[in-house]
Design a protein around this ligand. Structure first.
Ligand SMILES: Cc1cc2nc3c(=O)[nH]c(=O)nc-3n(C[C@H](O)[C@H](O)[C@H](O)COP(=O)(O)OP(=O)(O)OC[C@H]3O[C@@H](n4cnc5c(N)ncnc54)[C@H](O)[C@@H]3O)c2cc1C
Length: 383
């Protein structure tokens, strides 16, 4: 397993030696990345505030695979046992075509410790480690105040910070303080619509394997999670972006009627109207920080959910940033260190970003490209 570490923590330069006031950090957003940063900072005894714009939790999303650097980050935050307890170890996976024929079957190798969990499980595990989330609060304005940042909150109060971290997800507004002049949708540097939508449901029934069914412009995936199964329907259907809740269930049946796999048809016969729905978008801003305002998680790199990587990147971003803060937080060259860290981390995120795009388009290719795809996946050891 890869060890995730950007720096060696030098115990003599403990950030914790600094006076309280100099170290305070604001985390905007209590999603996977913001909570992970809070857990790491708490472990390091670094004071922070974490704000969440929702006044109560409404955790949306389906299954998430915790893998690679995400496993390491989860382990160091002390939530891996909970993930193992409430998740399912990634096991046999099968890919079918729309005729119900197996294109590829693979078993993870013995060193693969990936687990599939529901988003709320991961969220709750992180939340259980901290207790100071300020709900129903967002940042209304951020301005420079000498060496520090002054933040005015949505309730009219204000406070000053050494660092502000935008962990506010795909629709980040913190990002605007950093990239306002750089955003150019045609250059893929802001939020870009992928042309795809995602629907999902959770079944109170467990299928024993991971299943993906690939068809032209659409695919369907089954992920066993504990004693349930999460089913995701993923498709390129721009004309459906505006459809109402009721229409979605109807459209989904129509779109997937071309697939003859029995599991898919069984689910289609029982589609609930309140099915989870999301547009699939990508974010890839050029810059991740401006002075002492910085981004982590989907705010700086959201990917296709089919990559199974977003939450893992988010947790590892937080761990890396916490290490930089811990070691260099009060140094005069802190901002340079932050820029260097972000450049390094962006390269890793770009790799995941490209993988996620490839993986998504591969599953939904149209004829005749499917012929080449099928030959390629047959010859590959792993999907
Ligand atoms: C259906 C689905 C399946 C997925 N599957 C996987 C998977 O298998 N594996 C994987 O690794 N990733 C997966 N992902 C991606 C993963 O969920 C995201 O990458 C991850 O949640 C990003 O975390 P984040 O903290 O950056 O953003 P979020 O989790 O979106 O959190 C952002 C938080 O900020 C809050 N917020 C927003 N604006 C403000 C504001 N102005 N002030 C205060 N708070 C604010 C929001 O309310 C939210 O709580 C999936 C995503 C979806 C939708």
């Amino acid at each position: 397993m890869k060890t995730f570490s950007y720096i060696d923590i030098n115990k003599d330069t403990f950030y914790t030696h600094l006076p309280m006031e100099d170290k305070k950090i604001l985390i905007i957003g209590a999603g996977i990345s913001g909570l992970s940063l809070a857990v790491n900072l708490k472990k390091m005894d670094i004071p922070y505030r974490i704000i969440e714009k929702q006044s109560k939790w409404n955790i949306k999303g389906l299954a998430m695979t915790i893998q690679g650097e995400g496993l390491n980050a989860a382990s160091s935050m002390g939530i891996l046992d909970e993930i193992k307890l409430k998740g399912t170890k990634r096991n046999l996976a099968k890919i079918y075509n729309n005729k119900g024929k197996i294109l590829k079957q693979f078993t993870p190798n013995s060193s693969d410790n990936s687990f599939i969990v529901q988003r709320d499980t991961l969220h709750e595990a992180l939340r259980s480690k901290i207790s100071n989330i300020e709900m129903g609060l967002s940042a209304a304005g951020i301005s420079k105040l000498g060496n520090r940042l002054n933040v005015i909150f949505s309730d009219g109060s204000s406070d000053s910070f050494n660092l502000v971290v935008g962990a506010d997800g795909i629709n980040s507004t913190t990002r605007n303080y950093i990239n306002s002049s750089n955003i150019n949708p045609s250059k893929d540097s802001s939020v870009v619509h992928s042309g795809s939508v995602l629907w999902g449901i959770t079944l109170n029934k467990k299928y024993s394997e991971i299943i993906e069914v690939w068809d032209k412009n659409r695919m369907c995936a089954f992920y066993p999670v504990q004693n349930k199964t999460v089913v995701s329907f993923f498709m390129k259907t721009p004309e459906l972006f505006t459809s109402s809740r009721d229409e979605r269930a109807r459209h989904i049946k129509k779109y997937f009627s071309t697939i003859s796999h029995p599991f898919v048809q069984e689910v289609l016969d029982n589609i609930p109207k309140d099915i989870f729905f999301d547009h699939v978008r990508y974010t890839r801003p050029d810059k991740w920080n401006m002075d002492k305002i910085t981004l982590i998680g989907d705010a700086c790199h959201s990917l296709s959910p089919l990559s199974g990587l977003g939450a893992n990147l988010a947790m590892a971003d937080a761990e890396g940033l916490a290490q930089i803060i811990y070691t260099y937080g009060n140094n005069a060259n802190f901002t340079d260190k932050l820029v260097k860290y972000n450049i390094k981390r962006k390269k890793e995120a770009d790799f995941a970003f490209n993988l996620s795009k490839q993986r998504t388009s591969r599953g939904m290719m149209i004829f005749p490209w499917t012929i080449f795809r099928n030959i390629k996946i047959k010859n590959s050891a792993k999907i």
